[in-house]
Design a protein around this ligand. Structure first.
Ligand code: PEP
Ligand code: MG
Length: 747
C-alpha cells in the first residue's frame, strides 16, 4: 500500500538523510531540515523548538518565522501551544491557532499571520526533546495522514538529535548527553562518590533511522519478530512448571509478539521510510509516553512488558547483546531503573555508587547497598535516559543529588566535600576504641545492625560493641530458593566466629510486608504492612522458624546465643515463640548436640500494643528492642515506604518521645534490658535524644557509630534531657529545634 503521501514522506526522509550525510554544521543542518519540511508539507512555516533546560523550550530553527527570533524566542513548559505539546506529549492540530486554548502571541516571530498550527512532540523513548511545528496562513486542519507523516519526521529528528547531528560549529544545541545535568532523587544510603557511569542495561543505539529499501526493512523486521516469537515460546516452554507470575508475564509477551496492531503500525512506519529499528523505537516511544499517563497499575505493567519486548527486538535487529560485552569502567557508578539484591551483590564492592531511577528506601537493593556501605540515590527521574556509559558522575547520597558530567566548579566543591568526609572519618577512627561515655559520665552501648556476610568486617572497623540486630531474612531474600538448614548453620557459625565473642542478636525471619521471598507465593493483601508478616508467619507456619532455631542452636555450638522475635504485638505471641525455642533446645539435647552456654530470648517492640502489655510480659521477656522504623509508622499511621508521608512526622516529635519514655520507664521498673534498633538510632541528634530519655543501647548501621559516638562524647545527657522536657512544657511539636539550638550554644 504505497499511496502518494507515503511516497512524499519517503522522499522527505531521503532528503533528510542526505542532509545528515552532508558537510553542513549543526545550525545550518537544522535550518535546512525546517526548509525541507515546510517545502514538503506545502506550509509557510516549519519550526523546531528544543529544550534548553528542563522546562524551557527554545526556537532553534525556523523556515517562515522571523529569523532573528531563532535562539531568542523561548517558552516555558506548558506555555503557549508549543509548550502544551511538550508538556502533554500530545499533538495539537488546529485550523485557528489564535483562538485555540493556550495560544500565546509572540510579537518577535511575526506569527499572528498564521492560522493553522500542527505541533508534534519530538520524543525518543518517552523522553521529550522538543516540538516540531508547521503553520500556514490558510485555516486548514491537517489530515490524519499528514500528522502521521510528520510524526515519522519528528522521530527522525529525535534520532538525529541523539546522534549529535545538530552539534558542532554554529551549533543549534549544546550536544545532548554532553551537557552537565543535576538530577535530584532521594537518599538511599549516605556518602559521596565520584566515578564513571555503568548502565546496568545499556540503551540500544540506533544509527540508521532512515532506510531506502522498505522491502528489505520489512523483511528484516519480520525475521527479527520471528526470532523474538521463537525465543518467547521457548521461555514459556521452560517455565511451564515455574511460578505463576512469571508465566503471566511471558503470556503477555507472547500476546504482544503476536499482536497484529503492533506489527501493522511498524509496517506502516517502514513504508514511510523508517528503518526497521527506527520503526520499533517509534512504537516503543509512544508506548512509553502512554505509560506515563496511564493510572491503572495493571495496564502500566503491560506497557512495561511491551517496552521490554521492544528492547529485545531492538537487540536482535542491531545485534547488540544485553550486557554489550563492555568492561566495567574505573570507579563504576551503577545506573539502573531498578535492580534486584542478587544482581547488586554480584557487583559487590566494586561499585563506588548506585543511582536508581525507581528503587525505594526500604527496597532490598537499598538494604544491600547499605550493607556494602555504597552511596545510593533512589527515585532519580530521567537518569537512565540522561546517562551514557563512561560519563563522569558524582553522587551525593546525603542530599540525594546526582551530578552528571559535572562542570569544574561542581567537581571542585564535590571533591572538597569528599575530603571533608574523609577528615571526619579520621576523627571517628581516632575514637574507635574509646567508649561512648558522655560528659556527665553516662555509658551508652553502641552496637551495629547487620544481615549479610559483607557486613561483618565492619564489626572491627566501626568500633561496634556487638551486633544489636542481625536481620536473618536478608540471607533468604538474596537467594532464589529456600536455604538448607546446613547452609544456615554454616552461615550463623561464621557470623559468631567473626564476632569474636561479642554479643550477636539474631532476629528470626522477618518476612512479609515489603520483604517478599522470591520463592514463596506472594500474598495478595490489601495492607501488607499490617498483614501476615514476621512472627505471624513464623507461628502460623512454624516449619521454617523451627529449622532456623535449630540452625542457630547448632551454629552456637556451645557458645552463648541470643535470639529475638520480630513484630511481637502481644504477650501470647512471645510465649508461643519462646516455647518453640525451648522445644528446639529439648530436641537438640535429645540428639546429643551441644547446647548454648547461655540463652537470651527477646522481642522487638514494633507495635504500640506491646508497650501496654501486662507487667508480667516485661518480667518474662529476656530483653526488648524497639524497632523504631515500624513502631514509628504505626504510631503516626504513616507508611514507611510511602514517599508522600514517610517524612511527614519527626521522630523527635514530643508525642513519640513521650511514648518511648514510657517504654523506658516500664523496662526500668522490671529491669528489662532495652535497646533501640531502628534507623533513627544512627542519626546523631536522634541518638542523643534517645540516650537522654534513658535508652542505653543503640543499634545502627556501622558507618553511623563514629558520628553518634563523637556527639555523645561531647554531650551532657542530663542537660539534653532538660532541654527536651522544657520544649515539651512549652508545647513545642518537635524538640529538634531546641536541641539543635542547645548544641550550637554548647559548642
Ligand atoms: C524496625 O522496624 O525498626 C527494624 C529495625 O526492623 P526492620 O527495619 O527490618 O523492619
Ligand atoms: Mg521492623
Amino acid at each position: 500500500m504505497v499511496d502518494s503521501t507515503e511516497t512524499e514522506s519517503r522522499k522527505l526522509l531521503r532528503r533528510l538523510r542526505e542532509t545528515m550525510a552532508g558537510e553542513e554544521a549543526g545550525q545550518e543542518r537544522l535550518n535546512r531540515i525546517t526548509h525541507l519540511i515546510a517545502d514538503s508539507m506545502v506550509a509557510e512555516v516549519c519550526s523546531v523548538y528544543l529544550f534548553r533546560d528542563e522546562d524551557t523550550l527554545e526556537l532553534c530553527a525556523t523556515e517562515g518565522l522571523a529569523p532573528e527570533s531563532v535562539h531568542q524566542t523561548r517558552m516555558r513548559l506548558g506555555e503557549g501551544l508549543v509548550g502544551r505539546v511538550a508538556k502533554y506529549k500530545k499533538v495539537v492540530n488546529t485550523p485557528d491557532a489564535p483562538s485555540a486554548k493556550g495560544f500565546r502571541y509572540m510579537p518577535e516571530t511575526g506569527e499572528e499571520r498564521y492560522s493553522s498550527f500542527l505541533g508534534i512532540p519530538i520524543q525518543r523513548l518517552g523522553e521529550t526533546l522538543g516540538v516540531l511545528v508547521v503553520q500556514s496562513r490558510d485555516a486548514r486542519k491537517y489530515s490524519a495522514d499528514e500528522v502521521y507523516g510528520l510524526e515519522v519526521v519528528a522521530m527522525v529528528i529525535a534520532e538525529m538529535t541523539e546522534l549529535g547531528a545538530f552539534v558542532g560549529e554554529g551549533a543549534a544545541l549544546s550536544p545532548l548527553h554532553q551537557q552537565s545535568v543535576l538530577l535530584r532523587g532521594g537518599t538511599g544510603q549516605e556518602g559521596a562518590a565520584e566515578g564513571h557511569v555503568w548502565l546496568h542495561e545499556p540503551r540500544v543505539v540506533v544509527t540508521n533511522p532512515i532506510a531506502d529499501d522498505p522491502a528489505r526493512e520489512l523483511e528484516r523486521l519480520n525475521e527479527a519478530v520471528e526470532e523474538l516469537r521463537v525465543g518467547v515460546d521457548k521461555m514459556l516452554e521452560m517455565s511451564q512448571n515455574g511460578d505463576k507470575e512469571q508465566l503471566q508475564v511471558l503470556e503477555a509477551y507472547r500476546m504482544f509478539a503476536n499482536s497484529k496492531g503492533w506489527m501493522r503500525r511498524m509496517e506502516e512506519d517502514i513504508a514511510r521510510g523508517l528503518s526497521a529499528e527506527a520503526a520499533v523505537e517509534k512504537e516503543q516511544s509512544q508506548a512509553r509516553a502512554r505509560m506515563s499517563q496511564v493510572a491503572d497499575a495493571y495496564l502500566r505493567e503491560r506497557l512495561a512488558d511491551l517496552d521490554d519486548l521492544s528492547n529485545r527486538l531492538l537487540r536482535i535487529l542491531t545485534g547488540q547483546s544485553a550486557g554489550g560485552g563492555a568492561e566495567l569502567p574505573p570507579d563504576p557508578i551503577l545506573i539502573a531503573r531498578n535492580i534486584g539484591p542478587g544482581d547488586l551483590l554480584e557487583y559487590g564492592r566494586s561499585l563506588k555508587g548506585i543511582v536508581l531511577e525507581e528503587g525505594s528506601v526500604g527496597s532490598h537493593a537499598a538494604i544491600v547497598a547499605r550493607a556494602l556501605a555504597i552511596p545510593l540515590v533512589v527515585h532519580t527521574d530521567r537518569v537512565t535516559t540522561e546517562a551514557l556509559n563512561g560519563d563522569h558522575i558524582m553522587v551525593d547520597g546525603d542530599q540525594g543529588v546526582v551530578h552528571l558530567r559535572p562542570d569544574e566548579t561542581v567537581v571542585k566543591a564535590f571533591r572538597d566535600k569528599i575530603a571533608m568526609q574523609a577528615k571526619a572519618q579520621e576523627r571517628y577512627a581516632s575514637i574507635r576504641d574509646k567508649p561512648a561515655v558522655t560528659l556527665d559520665g553516662k555509658r551508652v552501648n553502641l552496637v551495629m545492625n547487620a544481615g549479610l556476610m559483607a557486613d561483618l568486617p565492619s564489626l572491627d572497623g566501626s568500633g561496634a560493641e556487638g551486633v544489636g540486630l542481625f536481620r536473618t531474612e536478608l540471607q533468604f531474600l538474596v537467594r532464589n530458593k529456600m536455604p538448607k538448614r546446613s547452609e544456615l548453620v554454616a552461615l550463623y557459625a561464621r557470623v559468631l566466629d567473626a564476632a569474636h565473642g561479642k554479643r550477636v542478636v539474631f532476629r528470626t525471619l522477618d518476612i512479609g510486608s515489603d520483604k517478599v521471598l522470591p520463592y514463596m507465593n506472594p500474598q495478595d493483601e490489601p495492607n501488607p504492612a499490617l498483614g501476615w508478616r514476621a512472627i505471624r508467619v513464623g507461628l502460623d507456619k512454624p516449619g521454617v522458624m523451627r529449622m532456623q532455631l535449630q540452625a542457630l542452636v547448632r551454629a552456637a555450638n556451645g557458645r552463648p546465643l541470643t535470639v529475638m522475635f520480630p513484630f511481637v504485638a502481644q504477650f501470647d505471641e512471645y510465649r508461643a515463640a519462646k516455647a518453640e525455642v525451648e522445644k528446639t533446645i529439648e530436641r537438640e539435647r535429645i540428639l546429643g548436640h551441644p547446647l548454648p552456654e547461655t540463652l537470651e530470648v527477646g522481642a522487638m517492640l514494633e507495635t504500640p500494643s506491646l508497650a501496654y502489655a501486662p507487667q508480667k510480659f516485661f518480667e518474662e521477656v529476656g530483653f526488648l528492642s524497639i524497632g523504631g522504623n515500624d513502631l514509628k509508622q504505626f504510631f503516626f499511621a504513616a507508611d514507611r515506604e510511602n514517599e508522600r508521608v514517610r517524612r511527614r512526622y519527626d521522630t523527635l516529635n514530643v508525642s513519640f518521645l513521650s511514648f518511648i519514655e514510657r517504654i523506658v520507664e516500664r523496662c526500668n521498673g522490671t529491669g528489662t534490658p532495652l535497646s533501640f534498633c531502628g534507623e533513627d538510632a544512627g542519626r546523631p541528634i536522634e541518638a542523643l535524644c534517645l540516650a537522654a530519655i534513658g535508652i542505653r543501647t543503640l543499634s545502627m548501621r556501622p558507618a553511623s557509630i563514629g558520628p553518634v559516638k563523637s556527639l555523645l562524647r561531647r554531650s551532657n545527657l542530663d542537660e539534653v534531657k532538660k532541654v527536651i522536657h522544657d520544649a515539651r512544657e512549652r508545647g513545642e511539636q518537635s524538640v529538634r529545634a531546641s536541641v539543635m539550638e542547645y548544641l550550637r550554644n554548647a559548642d
